[in-house]
Design a protein around this ligand. Structure first.
Ligand SMILES: Nc1ncnc2c1ncn2[C@@H]1O[C@H](COP(=O)(O)OP(=O)(O)O)[C@@H](O)[C@H]1O
Ligand SMILES: [Mg+2]
Length: 406
Protein backbone atom coordinates (compact mmCIF):
# COMPACT_ATOMS: atom_id res chain seq x y z
CA UNK A 1 0.00 0.00 0.00
CA UNK A 2 1.04 3.61 -0.43
CA UNK A 3 4.13 4.13 1.74
CA UNK A 4 3.46 7.87 1.91
CA UNK A 5 0.32 7.14 3.89
CA UNK A 6 2.00 4.62 6.21
CA UNK A 7 0.87 5.65 9.71
CA UNK A 8 3.51 3.75 11.72
CA UNK A 9 6.51 5.54 13.16
CA UNK A 10 9.45 3.36 14.18
CA UNK A 11 12.26 5.47 15.65
CA UNK A 12 13.77 6.64 18.93
CA UNK A 13 11.40 9.02 20.66
CA UNK A 14 9.08 9.26 17.62
CA UNK A 15 5.49 9.79 18.75
CA UNK A 16 3.42 6.71 17.86
CA UNK A 17 0.18 7.08 15.91
CA UNK A 18 -1.61 5.52 18.91
CA UNK A 19 -0.13 5.77 22.40
CA UNK A 20 -1.52 2.46 23.59
CA UNK A 21 -1.52 1.08 27.11
CA UNK A 22 -0.20 4.11 28.97
CA UNK A 23 -3.43 5.59 30.30
CA UNK A 24 -2.76 4.72 33.94
CA UNK A 25 0.63 6.40 34.05
CA UNK A 26 -0.63 9.49 32.22
CA UNK A 27 -3.60 9.84 34.57
CA UNK A 28 -1.15 9.66 37.45
CA UNK A 29 0.99 12.34 35.78
CA UNK A 30 -2.02 14.66 35.49
CA UNK A 31 -2.83 14.15 39.15
CA UNK A 32 0.75 14.89 40.16
CA UNK A 33 0.81 18.07 38.08
CA UNK A 34 -2.41 19.47 39.48
CA UNK A 35 -1.64 18.59 43.11
CA UNK A 36 1.86 20.04 43.12
CA UNK A 37 0.73 23.25 41.45
CA UNK A 38 -1.86 23.61 44.21
CA UNK A 39 0.85 23.28 46.85
CA UNK A 40 0.02 19.68 47.79
CA UNK A 41 2.55 16.93 47.88
CA UNK A 42 2.61 13.99 45.52
CA UNK A 43 5.29 11.52 44.47
CA UNK A 44 7.22 12.38 41.33
CA UNK A 45 8.02 9.48 39.11
CA UNK A 46 10.82 7.75 37.37
CA UNK A 47 9.70 5.41 34.63
CA UNK A 48 11.73 2.27 34.34
CA UNK A 49 12.00 -0.04 31.35
CA UNK A 50 14.03 -1.64 28.60
CA UNK A 51 15.02 0.11 25.40
CA UNK A 52 12.23 0.70 22.92
CA UNK A 53 9.29 0.44 25.32
CA UNK A 54 8.35 4.10 24.89
CA UNK A 55 9.92 5.94 27.83
CA UNK A 56 11.09 8.94 25.81
CA UNK A 57 7.71 9.18 24.14
CA UNK A 58 6.11 9.22 27.59
CA UNK A 59 8.40 11.97 28.85
CA UNK A 60 7.58 14.11 25.83
CA UNK A 61 3.89 13.58 26.42
CA UNK A 62 4.25 14.53 30.08
CA UNK A 63 6.11 17.68 29.13
CA UNK A 64 3.27 18.65 26.83
CA UNK A 65 0.74 17.99 29.59
CA UNK A 66 2.75 20.01 32.09
CA UNK A 67 3.00 23.02 29.80
CA UNK A 68 -0.70 22.90 29.04
CA UNK A 69 -1.63 23.25 32.72
CA UNK A 70 0.70 26.10 33.64
CA UNK A 71 4.17 24.66 34.02
CA UNK A 72 7.42 25.83 32.55
CA UNK A 73 9.55 22.85 31.66
CA UNK A 74 12.96 21.67 30.76
CA UNK A 75 13.89 18.31 29.30
CA UNK A 76 17.38 16.83 29.20
CA UNK A 77 18.99 13.55 28.23
CA UNK A 78 21.88 12.25 30.33
CA UNK A 79 24.90 10.69 28.76
CA UNK A 80 28.36 9.67 29.76
CA UNK A 81 30.71 12.59 30.11
CA UNK A 82 28.30 15.42 30.80
CA UNK A 83 27.50 16.46 34.34
CA UNK A 84 23.97 16.85 35.60
CA UNK A 85 24.77 20.42 36.59
CA UNK A 86 25.82 21.27 33.06
CA UNK A 87 22.71 19.61 31.65
CA UNK A 88 20.27 21.42 33.90
CA UNK A 89 21.80 24.87 34.02
CA UNK A 90 20.80 26.27 30.61
CA UNK A 91 17.16 25.25 31.01
CA UNK A 92 17.05 26.60 34.55
CA UNK A 93 18.39 29.92 33.38
CA UNK A 94 15.88 30.09 30.56
CA UNK A 95 13.03 29.42 32.96
CA UNK A 96 14.25 32.10 35.38
CA UNK A 97 14.52 34.62 32.57
CA UNK A 98 11.02 33.76 31.44
CA UNK A 99 9.73 34.21 35.00
CA UNK A 100 11.57 37.49 35.25
CA UNK A 101 9.88 38.91 32.19
CA UNK A 102 6.38 37.95 33.30
CA UNK A 103 5.71 41.06 35.34
CA UNK A 104 7.53 43.70 37.31
CA UNK A 105 10.90 42.48 38.54
CA UNK A 106 10.50 39.89 41.25
CA UNK A 107 12.93 39.70 44.14
CA UNK A 108 12.60 35.94 44.19
CA UNK A 109 13.46 35.54 40.53
CA UNK A 110 16.49 37.81 40.87
CA UNK A 111 17.58 35.68 43.79
CA UNK A 112 17.04 32.53 41.71
CA UNK A 113 19.41 33.92 39.10
CA UNK A 114 21.97 34.88 41.74
CA UNK A 115 21.86 31.36 43.20
CA UNK A 116 22.11 29.82 39.74
CA UNK A 117 25.20 31.92 39.17
CA UNK A 118 26.92 30.69 42.30
CA UNK A 119 25.85 27.12 41.44
CA UNK A 120 27.50 27.43 38.04
CA UNK A 121 30.75 28.88 39.27
CA UNK A 122 31.17 26.48 42.18
CA UNK A 123 30.56 23.42 40.01
CA UNK A 124 32.69 24.93 37.28
CA UNK A 125 29.94 24.74 34.75
CA UNK A 126 30.15 27.10 31.85
CA UNK A 127 27.27 27.77 29.57
CA UNK A 128 27.46 29.95 26.54
CA UNK A 129 26.45 33.54 27.06
CA UNK A 130 26.73 33.25 30.79
CA UNK A 131 26.53 36.92 31.80
CA UNK A 132 23.30 37.65 33.64
CA UNK A 133 24.50 41.00 34.98
CA UNK A 134 23.80 39.61 38.43
CA UNK A 135 26.28 38.84 41.20
CA UNK A 136 26.35 35.34 42.60
CA UNK A 137 24.80 34.86 46.03
CA UNK A 138 27.50 34.01 48.54
CA UNK A 139 26.89 31.02 50.76
CA UNK A 140 24.16 29.41 48.69
CA UNK A 141 24.73 26.65 46.14
CA UNK A 142 28.44 27.43 46.13
CA UNK A 143 29.95 24.57 48.16
CA UNK A 144 31.14 22.77 45.03
CA UNK A 145 29.34 19.64 46.22
CA UNK A 146 26.36 18.89 44.02
CA UNK A 147 24.49 17.10 46.82
CA UNK A 148 24.38 20.39 48.70
CA UNK A 149 24.23 22.82 45.82
CA UNK A 150 21.50 21.26 43.71
CA UNK A 151 18.94 21.33 46.57
CA UNK A 152 19.85 25.01 47.20
CA UNK A 153 19.32 25.79 43.55
CA UNK A 154 15.97 23.96 43.44
CA UNK A 155 14.78 25.89 46.49
CA UNK A 156 15.68 29.25 44.95
CA UNK A 157 14.12 28.36 41.61
CA UNK A 158 11.08 26.77 43.27
CA UNK A 159 10.48 29.90 45.33
CA UNK A 160 10.69 32.07 42.24
CA UNK A 161 8.16 29.85 40.49
CA UNK A 162 5.81 29.85 43.45
CA UNK A 163 6.01 33.62 43.55
CA UNK A 164 4.78 33.67 39.96
CA UNK A 165 2.16 30.97 40.46
CA UNK A 166 3.71 28.66 37.93
CA UNK A 167 5.07 25.15 38.31
CA UNK A 168 8.30 23.81 36.94
CA UNK A 169 8.54 20.38 35.35
CA UNK A 170 11.99 18.87 35.04
CA UNK A 171 12.19 15.90 32.71
CA UNK A 172 15.31 13.77 32.65
CA UNK A 173 15.83 10.92 30.20
CA UNK A 174 18.45 8.13 30.39
CA UNK A 175 18.85 8.52 34.15
CA UNK A 176 21.07 5.45 34.37
CA UNK A 177 23.98 7.55 33.10
CA UNK A 178 23.97 9.78 36.19
CA UNK A 179 26.81 9.38 38.67
CA UNK A 180 25.60 8.08 42.06
CA UNK A 181 26.24 11.47 43.75
CA UNK A 182 24.22 13.21 41.03
CA UNK A 183 21.32 10.86 41.46
CA UNK A 184 21.46 11.36 45.17
CA UNK A 185 21.62 15.16 44.67
CA UNK A 186 18.43 14.92 42.66
CA UNK A 187 16.76 12.92 45.42
CA UNK A 188 17.86 15.45 48.06
CA UNK A 189 16.63 18.32 45.91
CA UNK A 190 13.20 16.74 45.47
CA UNK A 191 13.10 16.00 49.17
CA UNK A 192 13.47 19.72 49.85
CA UNK A 193 10.70 20.48 47.34
CA UNK A 194 8.37 18.17 49.24
CA UNK A 195 9.30 19.65 52.63
CA UNK A 196 8.78 23.20 51.46
CA UNK A 197 5.78 22.51 49.20
CA UNK A 198 7.53 24.09 46.26
CA UNK A 199 6.06 23.54 42.78
CA UNK A 200 8.79 21.53 41.07
CA UNK A 201 7.97 18.08 39.69
CA UNK A 202 10.40 15.59 38.30
CA UNK A 203 9.68 13.09 35.56
CA UNK A 204 12.53 10.74 34.84
CA UNK A 205 13.12 7.68 32.72
CA UNK A 206 15.84 5.10 32.55
CA UNK A 207 16.90 1.49 32.36
CA UNK A 208 15.88 -1.01 35.04
CA UNK A 209 18.95 -0.45 37.21
CA UNK A 210 17.86 3.04 38.29
CA UNK A 211 16.02 2.11 41.49
CA UNK A 212 19.19 0.36 42.63
CA UNK A 213 21.26 3.47 41.82
CA UNK A 214 19.58 5.29 44.68
CA UNK A 215 22.01 3.49 47.02
CA UNK A 216 22.27 5.22 50.39
CA UNK A 217 19.46 7.60 49.53
CA UNK A 218 17.20 4.63 48.89
CA UNK A 219 14.75 5.14 51.73
CA UNK A 220 14.26 8.76 50.70
CA UNK A 221 13.88 7.73 47.09
CA UNK A 222 11.12 5.29 47.89
CA UNK A 223 9.14 7.93 49.76
CA UNK A 224 9.59 10.57 47.07
CA UNK A 225 9.27 8.65 43.84
CA UNK A 226 7.19 6.02 42.19
CA UNK A 227 9.08 3.78 39.82
CA UNK A 228 6.41 2.66 37.37
CA UNK A 229 7.46 -0.18 35.09
CA UNK A 230 7.05 0.62 31.43
CA UNK A 231 6.94 -2.70 29.66
CA UNK A 232 5.64 -4.51 26.61
CA UNK A 233 1.99 -4.00 25.77
CA UNK A 234 -0.63 -6.59 26.66
CA UNK A 235 -2.33 -8.47 23.85
CA UNK A 236 -5.30 -6.07 23.82
CA UNK A 237 -3.08 -2.97 23.96
CA UNK A 238 -0.80 -4.25 21.20
CA UNK A 239 -3.83 -4.87 19.02
CA UNK A 240 -4.96 -1.31 19.64
CA UNK A 241 -1.50 0.03 18.74
CA UNK A 242 -1.78 -1.76 15.38
CA UNK A 243 -5.46 -1.57 14.53
CA UNK A 244 -6.27 2.04 15.45
CA UNK A 245 -3.74 3.75 13.17
CA UNK A 246 -4.63 1.74 10.06
CA UNK A 247 -8.34 1.94 10.87
CA UNK A 248 -8.20 5.69 10.34
CA UNK A 249 -7.21 4.98 6.73
CA UNK A 250 -10.00 2.40 6.35
CA UNK A 251 -7.53 -0.51 6.52
CA UNK A 252 -7.75 -3.74 8.56
CA UNK A 253 -5.52 -6.57 9.69
CA UNK A 254 -6.73 -10.16 9.48
CA UNK A 255 -6.92 -11.94 12.84
CA UNK A 256 -4.06 -14.31 12.03
CA UNK A 257 -1.81 -11.47 10.87
CA UNK A 258 -2.33 -9.69 14.22
CA UNK A 259 -1.52 -12.88 16.10
CA UNK A 260 1.68 -13.27 14.08
CA UNK A 261 2.86 -9.68 14.66
CA UNK A 262 2.24 -9.96 18.38
CA UNK A 263 4.09 -13.27 18.48
CA UNK A 264 7.13 -11.81 16.71
CA UNK A 265 7.25 -8.51 18.61
CA UNK A 266 6.23 -9.83 22.03
CA UNK A 267 4.25 -6.61 22.34
CA UNK A 268 7.29 -4.32 22.51
CA UNK A 269 6.25 -0.87 21.24
CA UNK A 270 9.28 -0.21 19.07
CA UNK A 271 8.90 -3.57 17.34
CA UNK A 272 5.17 -3.08 16.88
CA UNK A 273 5.91 0.11 14.96
CA UNK A 274 8.56 -1.64 12.89
CA UNK A 275 6.29 -4.58 12.03
CA UNK A 276 3.28 -2.38 11.39
CA UNK A 277 5.37 -0.24 9.10
CA UNK A 278 6.67 -3.08 6.93
CA UNK A 279 3.37 -4.95 6.88
CA UNK A 280 1.64 -1.88 5.52
CA UNK A 281 4.23 -1.36 2.78
CA UNK A 282 4.24 -5.01 1.70
CA UNK A 283 0.49 -5.58 1.71
CA UNK A 284 -1.12 -5.09 -1.73
CA UNK A 285 -4.44 -4.05 -0.18
CA UNK A 286 -6.63 -4.20 2.90
CA UNK A 287 -6.90 -6.41 4.87
CA UNK A 288 -3.22 -6.89 5.70
CA UNK A 289 -2.94 -10.68 5.72
CA UNK A 290 -0.57 -13.34 7.03
CA UNK A 291 1.37 -13.58 3.76
CA UNK A 292 2.24 -9.90 3.97
CA UNK A 293 3.20 -10.15 7.62
CA UNK A 294 5.48 -13.11 6.88
CA UNK A 295 7.23 -11.01 4.27
CA UNK A 296 7.36 -8.13 6.75
CA UNK A 297 9.03 -10.41 9.31
CA UNK A 298 12.10 -10.68 7.14
CA UNK A 299 12.24 -6.99 6.35
CA UNK A 300 11.73 -5.94 9.95
CA UNK A 301 14.35 -8.33 11.32
CA UNK A 302 16.84 -7.23 8.65
CA UNK A 303 16.28 -3.59 9.46
CA UNK A 304 16.61 -4.12 13.21
CA UNK A 305 19.79 -6.12 12.66
CA UNK A 306 21.18 -3.29 10.59
CA UNK A 307 20.22 -0.44 12.90
CA UNK A 308 18.58 -0.79 16.32
CA UNK A 309 20.59 -3.86 17.35
CA UNK A 310 23.66 -3.20 15.25
CA UNK A 311 24.58 0.25 16.58
CA UNK A 312 24.73 -1.24 20.05
CA UNK A 313 26.71 -4.28 18.99
CA UNK A 314 29.24 -2.11 17.16
CA UNK A 315 30.15 -0.31 20.37
CA UNK A 316 31.34 -3.51 22.05
CA UNK A 317 34.83 -4.93 22.42
CA UNK A 318 35.48 -8.56 21.48
CA UNK A 319 35.37 -9.62 25.11
CA UNK A 320 32.11 -7.81 25.67
CA UNK A 321 30.64 -9.51 22.61
CA UNK A 322 31.66 -12.89 23.91
CA UNK A 323 30.06 -12.14 27.25
CA UNK A 324 26.87 -10.98 25.53
CA UNK A 325 26.91 -14.10 23.38
CA UNK A 326 27.20 -16.27 26.47
CA UNK A 327 24.30 -14.44 28.10
CA UNK A 328 22.28 -14.96 24.91
CA UNK A 329 22.92 -18.68 25.18
CA UNK A 330 20.75 -18.62 28.32
CA UNK A 331 17.78 -17.14 26.45
CA UNK A 332 15.66 -14.06 27.23
CA UNK A 333 15.09 -12.64 30.71
CA UNK A 334 17.12 -12.31 33.88
CA UNK A 335 19.99 -14.72 34.62
CA UNK A 336 22.59 -15.22 37.32
CA UNK A 337 26.04 -13.95 36.39
CA UNK A 338 27.28 -17.28 37.73
CA UNK A 339 25.39 -19.00 34.92
CA UNK A 340 27.03 -16.78 32.31
CA UNK A 341 30.42 -17.56 33.82
CA UNK A 342 29.60 -21.24 33.58
CA UNK A 343 28.88 -20.94 29.86
CA UNK A 344 32.33 -19.37 29.49
CA UNK A 345 33.76 -22.05 31.79
CA UNK A 346 35.21 -19.55 34.24
CA UNK A 347 34.58 -18.02 37.65
CA UNK A 348 32.24 -15.08 38.19
CA UNK A 349 34.97 -12.70 39.37
CA UNK A 350 36.95 -13.16 36.15
CA UNK A 351 34.13 -11.43 34.30
CA UNK A 352 33.51 -8.55 36.71
CA UNK A 353 35.23 -5.88 34.63
CA UNK A 354 33.54 -6.88 31.40
CA UNK A 355 30.18 -7.10 33.11
CA UNK A 356 30.57 -3.64 34.70
CA UNK A 357 31.65 -2.18 31.37
CA UNK A 358 28.51 -3.56 29.72
CA UNK A 359 26.33 -2.11 32.46
CA UNK A 360 28.01 1.26 32.04
CA UNK A 361 27.35 1.16 28.31
CA UNK A 362 23.70 0.44 29.03
CA UNK A 363 23.82 -2.95 27.29
CA UNK A 364 22.88 -5.08 30.28
CA UNK A 365 21.42 -4.26 33.67
CA UNK A 366 21.63 -5.77 37.07
CA UNK A 367 18.68 -5.16 39.29
CA UNK A 368 19.68 -7.47 42.08
CA UNK A 369 23.10 -8.47 43.17
CA UNK A 370 24.54 -11.09 40.84
CA UNK A 371 21.84 -10.90 38.19
CA UNK A 372 22.18 -9.81 34.58
CA UNK A 373 19.80 -9.24 31.68
CA UNK A 374 19.81 -7.51 28.30
CA UNK A 375 18.48 -3.93 28.22
CA UNK A 376 17.27 -4.41 24.65
CA UNK A 377 14.35 -6.79 24.13
CA UNK A 378 15.01 -9.70 21.75
CA UNK A 379 18.74 -8.98 21.89
CA UNK A 380 19.41 -12.62 22.78
CA UNK A 381 18.01 -13.65 19.40
CA UNK A 382 20.10 -11.02 17.65
CA UNK A 383 23.29 -12.21 19.34
CA UNK A 384 22.60 -15.79 18.30
CA UNK A 385 21.94 -14.70 14.72
CA UNK A 386 25.07 -12.56 14.58
CA UNK A 387 27.40 -15.00 16.33
CA UNK A 388 25.91 -18.36 15.38
CA UNK A 389 28.73 -20.41 16.93
CA UNK A 390 28.48 -21.46 20.54
CA UNK A 391 30.35 -19.16 22.92
CA UNK A 392 34.01 -20.08 23.34
CA UNK A 393 35.26 -20.68 26.90
CA UNK A 394 37.63 -17.89 27.90
CA UNK A 395 40.19 -20.12 29.56
CA UNK A 396 40.90 -21.75 26.23
CA UNK A 397 41.62 -18.40 24.65
CA UNK A 398 43.43 -16.76 27.52
CA UNK A 399 46.92 -17.52 26.28
CA UNK A 400 46.26 -15.67 23.07
CA UNK A 401 44.33 -12.81 24.57
CA UNK A 402 46.75 -12.07 27.43
CA UNK A 403 50.13 -13.52 26.54
CA UNK A 404 51.88 -11.52 29.26
CA UNK A 405 49.63 -12.63 32.10
CA UNK A 406 51.17 -14.88 34.73
N1 LIG B 1 2.45 3.16 23.90
C1 LIG B 1 2.93 2.96 22.68
N2 LIG B 1 2.19 2.35 21.73
C2 LIG B 1 2.69 2.16 20.49
N3 LIG B 1 3.93 2.53 20.11
C3 LIG B 1 4.73 3.14 21.00
C4 LIG B 1 4.26 3.38 22.34
N4 LIG B 1 5.25 3.99 23.02
C5 LIG B 1 6.30 4.12 22.17
N5 LIG B 1 5.98 3.62 20.95
C6 LIG B 1 6.91 3.56 19.80
O1 LIG B 1 8.06 2.84 20.25
C7 LIG B 1 9.27 3.39 19.70
C8 LIG B 1 10.26 3.64 20.82
O2 LIG B 1 9.84 4.65 21.70
P1 LIG B 1 10.88 5.40 22.67
O3 LIG B 1 10.11 6.37 23.46
O4 LIG B 1 12.03 5.90 21.88
O5 LIG B 1 11.36 4.19 23.61
P2 LIG B 1 12.46 4.21 24.76
O6 LIG B 1 12.72 5.64 25.12
O7 LIG B 1 11.86 3.44 25.88
O8 LIG B 1 13.67 3.52 24.21
C9 LIG B 1 8.85 4.61 18.90
O9 LIG B 1 8.83 4.24 17.54
C10 LIG B 1 7.43 4.92 19.37
O10 LIG B 1 6.65 5.47 18.33
MG1 LIG C 1 14.51 6.70 25.09
Amino acid sequence: MNPHKNPFSPGAGTPPPELAGRDAILTQADLLLSRVLAGRSEKSFLAVGLRGVGKTVLLNDMQRRAESVGYRSLIVECHDGKSLAALLAPGMRQILFALDSMAAVSEKTRRGLAVLKSFLSSLKVTIADIEFGINPERGTADSGNIEIDLPDLFVAVGEAAKDRNVGIAILIDELQYLAPNEFSALIMAMHRMAQKSLPIVLFGAGLPQIPALAGDSKSYAERLFDFPDVGPLSDAEARRALVEPVGKAGVNFTEESLVEIIRMTEGYPYFLQEWGYHSWNVAPMSPIDLTSVKAANELAVARLDKAFFRVRYDRLSDREREYMRALAELGPGVHRSGEVAKVLQGKVNEFGTVRDGLIKKGMIYSREYGSVAFTVPLFDQFMRRTMPDKPVPWNRKKKHAHPARK
